[in-house]
Write a protein that binds this ligand. Sequence first.
Ligand code: F6R
Length: 242
Amino acid sequence: MRFIVTENYEEMSYIAAQETAKFIRENPKLVLGLSTGGTPLGTYQELIKLHEKEKLDFSQVVTFNLDEYIGLEPNHPQSYTRYTWDNFLSKVNIQKQNVHIPPGIFNDDKQVLKEYDQKMLEAGGIDVQVLGVGGNGHIGFNEPSELLNSHTHIASLTDKTIKDNARFFSNIEEVPRKAIAMGVGSILKAKHIIFIANGSEKADAVKKTFNGRITTDCPSSLLQLHANLTVILDKKAAKLLN
Ligand code: F6R
């Protein structure tokens, strides 16, 4: 586990993008796991800059998103499909067929879940996962619970997550209550994880993730078991770490 504590969000984003770019340069066919939400926005902006200024090549990169809200059309302003294309993928030279995001609207849930895991398997699993964390320690909507799912599944958002994510919607009622989420098994199988967190509101979750006991009550604490983890935090998120 490697810890990097930065001065601020901008520096965290810059370093996370440089780390990701290093992996892409080493392996142009990298299978990259993508997170959404506020945390990785700066990282994606830096990756776009690297594409524009240094010709970082995404033409063979394959991506898998961690999750999608159930009930939102792909072009809904708050869908993670729209987020990922608008904030990142439409601005680099990725090929559409290499992008995988769970659907928010579907008929056969079992089929959708099975297919997503199957596609990940066929791609050889995630090489590098960019990972944020929820204020309650959720990773990719794997919420605190007695039991966690290993595979892609339908996740129920906790009240805390619904409240936290309401900032992106016009009101809290609009926040979907369910999502399709990659399982913790798939996340932990990623060959490398780049964990990013910023701001004081994440300090407690960060402490529980790395200084606490390993427990499904804090799904991110399972990351302590991962052998290739790069943790990039701004100093506010790192302030409670021992
Ligand atoms: C979303 C995801 C979530 C977020 C978490 C933090 O794809 O994986 O686990 O990383 O909810 O969200 P922000 O970054 O908005 O604080």
